[in-house]
Design a protein around this ligand. Sequence first.
Ligand code: IPD
Ligand code: CA
Length: 282
Amino acid sequence: MGRMMEQQELISLRDLAEGLVCMAASAIEEKREELGDVRPYTLTKSSAVDPVTVVDTMAEEFLVETLLERRPGDGIIAEEGSARRSTTGVSWIIDPIDGTVNFLYGIPRYAVSLAAAIDGHVVAGAVINVADGSLYRAARGQGAQVLRGDSEEELHASSVEEAARALVATGFSYSAARREQQAKALCAILPQVRDIRRLGSAALDLCAVAEGHADAYYEHGIHCWDYAAGSLIAQEAGAVVETPALSVPGEEFRRTLAAAPGIAAEIGRLLDAAGAGERLGG
Ligand code: IPD
Ligand code: CA
């Protein structure tokens, strides 16, 4: 046994995640072409502006069925409700489409996110930007990479040293009351950083920090399926990452934060002082 075996297992979990998000991405694009405008095939969830399309449901079913065929004893936690207890110690955390609003509007920034966790810790994962094919992946201790066509690049968080020069990505809740709190905090943060981006997919925002396309990302109230794979990718790329425990429901409105190492402490203090602390409003 020992370390080699362990690393090989992590790499095989990562490879499986990578293969499955690619297959799901193809199925999503095919379905999108078949349907044309996806808006008529949409229902709402937690609020009137929280959408789920038939394509989200189809992609989740595909991922769950394939995982259960390949690794029958593993657990499942998934955004559209699939759930299964693990008998192997490994659980898969699935976001079939992260950035559903972008998907609805045809904005080319939506993702499939798939992570494997052992004992409540994410150990491997992959996120694919369905619209442009960029595939981000990581296994614990193995760094993070982005694959585009035949090219593979190691990911590194940015080397920025001052929050005042940081490009900060964030996102907002589907609840109007929560958005009001988030907007108040944002008013205090905006003058203290280079600028803000609201790009519409938490999973891809975390990959943006990994790639240096954003210097930091924070958001309150996201769910484990939004951040599981992306948080490992950002961490393996050298970012300082804080997430709630995987078992904490998004409804607790806790903070997820990923930041380049040179600004992580300063950004953390700035957010705390702006009312965007470890728990929104608390
Ligand atoms: C949402 C996206 C968005 C974030 C929201 C998430 P969904 O996930 O990640 O960027 O701001 O908090 O709920 O609904 O597109 O899967
Ligand atoms: Ca999501």
